[in-house]
Write a protein that binds this ligand. Structure first.
Ligand SMILES: *Cc1c(COP(=O)(O)O)cnc(C)c1O
Length: 454
């Protein structure tokens, strides 16, 4: 029998996260205070984030950062996640490529998001914080944080993008099951929410506006910190457990990836699977390709601009040097809710600029088509976000077929889609459509960022 799964023992779960900032030949540009343009120091982040994560955010020095025992202990409940050779999928594609996937969908909440939620909740608890806030789009991050908050005895308030709150009621139920307080955003509970609703009472919400509300609540509530599920450097750092495990597992399989592929919202699962392998490109000149699969409806890496921009719609965050579509960008309502974010993380943006990674944009129908093929061969129903990584994998596997090349592809299965079956229903009934935005629309929304760079 051919070996399909590569499994690590608990003792082989990483004891440290990998901080790629220490190894980058060009460090990311500094994060700036929007009012003074002063370079941000960790202390400047303390009012919003916990102190440990604030330090990790700006740490360009330490290559390895210890995973606290309490965090690692929680990781052992579901890690190491399996690395799987997708023989059936290879056969369905009739490709000579070897396809592996890292299965993050087996976490209790169904996605990779828990890897950072546990760490952030732990660091808050350790610092004596009692309450945490966040926003969630499709509800994956909110679910992960709700569980992590419960584990460490924190009160958790989640602002959920209104359209998702209405379209994905089960994710709200999941958060409530773990004991969180969930509010549809925009809401009348914050100034940012009130401003949006006054201008447009039927506003459906966006990640950017939910972030504004969650930050505002954190600033106004004593002993409360804000948490973020993607984009930020410390979130990407926590996710490197994925790639560090995968590195050992690929060794067990006696292979090394020619390509590493992940879907891309803010970049956390992409970073997680990529950075540990990318360090060998940076330090030893390996030639692995790293491919970020983003939705055509929200193409910040393939069609955005590298400049300073806010991470949220209301402009509460510091100025981040990143590939962006402008913080005023309103993505179409595609079903991969977790990929509807206007910017890319600061580290990824620099790596993109320096040619260490590439990006491909995927249309909605193509993503579901690939996801269905994967489900029918490997049995796992992927999250709509993960379908983008699978579609990019299909493209590469078919290129291998044409060229008769036996390349090794590793992709990250960031989550399962069992709570997203309404999206699959719509796909099967022909109700989904592709979205392409024009250059003019992008130029228009980029104006919101352009003025910050004058
Ligand atoms: C949130 C989410 C994503 C996108 O976020 P990244 O930070 O880019 O990883 C992708 N897949 C799943 C399943 C998610 O929940």
């Amino acid at each position: 029998m051919k070996q399909k799964k590569f499994i690590l023992q608990e003792k082989d779960i990483p004891t440290q996260w990998y901080n790629i900032q220490a190894d980058m030949p060009n460090k990311p540009l500094p994060i700036l205070n929007p009012a003074t343009r002063a370079i941000l120091k960790p202390e400047d982040l303390f009012p919003i984030f916990n102190e440990a994560c604030s330090r990790q955010e700006l740490d360009q020095e330490h290559q390895w950062i210890d995973i606290p025992d309490e965090v690692r202990e929680m990781y052992t409940y579901y890690r190491a996640t399996p690395l799987v050779r997708a023989y059936a999928f290879e056969k369905a594609l009739d490709t000579p490529a070897h396809i592996y996937f890292k299965n993050e969908s087996i976490s209790p909440v169904g996605s990779h998001k828990l890897n950072s939620a546990i760490a952030q909740a732990y660091f808050c608890k350790k610092q004596g914080v009692t309450n945490i806030t966040t926003e969630t789009g499709a509800g994956q991050w909110g679910g992960a944080l709700s569980y992590a908050a419960r584990v460490f005895g924190l009160e958790c308030a989640v602002y959920m993008v209104k359209i998702s709150y209405e379209q994905k009621p089960y994710r709200k139920s999941i958060m409530q099951t773990y004991g969180s307080n969930v509010t549809p955003s925009p809401s009348m509970s914050t100034r940012a929410g009130k401003d949006i609703l006054t201008a447009n009472p039927s506003d459906n919400g966006s990640l950017g506006s939910a972030i504004s509300e969650a930050i505002e609540l954190a600033l106004q509530t004593p002993n409360c910190k804000y948490t973020l599920g993607s984009v930020m450097n410390h979130v990407c750092l926590h996710q490197t457990v994925i790639g560090l495990e995968a590195e050992k597992q690929m060794e067990m399989a006696d292979e090394y990836p020619d390509m590493v592929i992940a879907c891309f919202g803010g970049g956390s699962n992409f970073s997680g699977i990529s950075y540990p392998f990318m360090r060998h490109n940076i330090l030893e000149g390996k030639k692995t390709r790293f491919i970020a699969a983003e939705p055509s409806a929200c193409p910040k890496l393939t069609r955005g601009k590298f400049e300073y921009d806010f991470g949220d719609e209301a402009g509460y965050t510091p100025l981040l040097p990143m590939f962006t579509l402008g913080h005023a960008f309103k993505p179409a309502s595609i079903h991969a809710g977790g990929l509807r974010y206007h910017g890319a993380g600061v580290i990824m943006s620099q790596l993109m600029k320096d040619g260490f990674m590439e990006a491909v944009d995927i249309q909605q129908l193509e993503s579901f088509k690939a996801g269905v093929l994967f489900a029918r061969s490997e049995g796992i129903i992927p999250a709509p976000e993960s379908c983008h990584a699978i579609a990019a994998t299909v493209k590469e596997a078919l290129k291998c077929k044409e060229a008769g090349e036996k390349k090794t592809i590793l992709f990250n299965l960031s989550g399962h889609g069992l709570v997203d079956m309404s999206s699959y229903d719509q796909y099967f009934s022909g109700d989904l459509q592709d979205f392409t935005i024009s250059d003019e629309e992008i130029a228009e929304s980029l104006k919101s960022a352009d003025i910050l760079n004058k």
